[in-house]
Design a protein around this ligand. Structure first.
Ligand SMILES: [Zn+2]
Length: 294
């Protein structure tokens, strides 16, 4: 069921515990352009949402999807701007957000990311829960500018505040706030497919996800247009609902751990079926459980 693969963060795939990861077929994928303001757009294909800022300084991309989709992304960009891609900001290291670095980096775009993103992209990464390996990227595909806590870019008449969200979905997440236009890209700290991925093996944690959503809401207001890591354009209210879900799950599992329940007992008693899930529910609980145990 390929749609399952495509809609999740990380080709979480059918892979989960049961089946091997299959090669994806991108031929039929369409890249959809969503206009947010006169100069800001969201592109939706099969990986993470791509944010686009256009203007005389050249195109700025937030994330760049899967490399095999880069021609389709370029076609979508040509329809909205005649400038080249000058900068890319990676929201985190997962390849459904960074694989396109191979193409755009090679063509001269300057890639910006949190320190840990570059560190992860420099070496092979293995995700045990998903039984999959993400290969190290070549030099041209790596971030050339990194930051620890935050960095600000001044491009196309917009102030882009890039702010690290610590130990949330991974150890290198960043939100990007387009200050004047009041648009935000949250990376996978906020997604709209239900139960999220918490990459606890690479620094992610449920508590960091909750703090991350709080930090998103500290900057956002009722008028902010929010590009989630995956899913349709959202508002602060959607982030609040997502945070409430995380908080409820965190409290339940932390309470069960305190009562001495094992992971097996916890999953036998509650799979949080009131929330949508695009991958194995017990895998999600394991990621929460792991991060609370640490
Ligand atoms: Zn991700």
């Amino acid at each position: 069921m390929k749609t399952l693969i495509y809609t999740t963060c990380f080709v979480i795939a059918s892979a989960l515990f049961t089946k091997p990861v299959r090669a994806q077929n991108f031929d039929t994928v369409q890249v959809k352009t969503v206009k947010i303001t006169d100069k800001i757009y969201m592109l939706q294909g099969e990986g993470g949402n791509v944010g686009v800022l256009t203007g005389n300084d050249g195109i700025v991309l937030i994330d760049d999807e899967f490399a095999p989709l880069s021609e389709k992304i370029k076609n979508a960009l040509t329809a909205i701007s005649d400038k080249p891609v000058r900068f890319i900001i990676n929201t985190h290291y997962h390849f459904d957000h960074t694989d396109g670095n191979k193409i755009f980096g090679e063509q001269g775009a300057i890639i910006v990311a949190q320190d840990n993103v570059r560190r992860r992209l420099t070496t092979d990464q293995f995700l045990t829960a998903f039984n999959m390996k993400q290969d190290a990227l070549s030099y041209s595909a790596l971030p050339k500018i990194t930051f620890t806590d935050s960095v600000t870019l001044h491009l196309n008449g917009e102030t882009l505040k890039v702010i690290h969200l610590k130990n949330a979905h991974t150890d290198g997440d960043a939100l990007i706030w387009f200050e004047e236009s009041n648009v935000m890209h949250t990376g996978d700290v906020f997604v709209r497919y239900g139960l999220p991925v918490i990459d606890s093996e690479h620094g992610g944690s449920i508590d960091g996800m909750i703090t991350g959503t709080e930090n998103i809401m500290k900057i956002a207001d009722a008028n902010t247009k929010i590009i989630p890591g995956h899913g349709d354009l959202a508002s602060e209210k959607d982030v609040a609902d997502f945070k409430a879900m995380l908080q409820m799950i965190r409290n339940k599992i932390a309470g069960d751990i305190k009562k001495g329940k094992t992971f097996k007992q916890i999953t036998e008693e509650n799979l949080f079926t009131q929330y949508n899930a695009v991958f194995d529910r017990s895998a999600f609980i394991l990621m929460v459980y792991d991060s609370l145990k640490k």
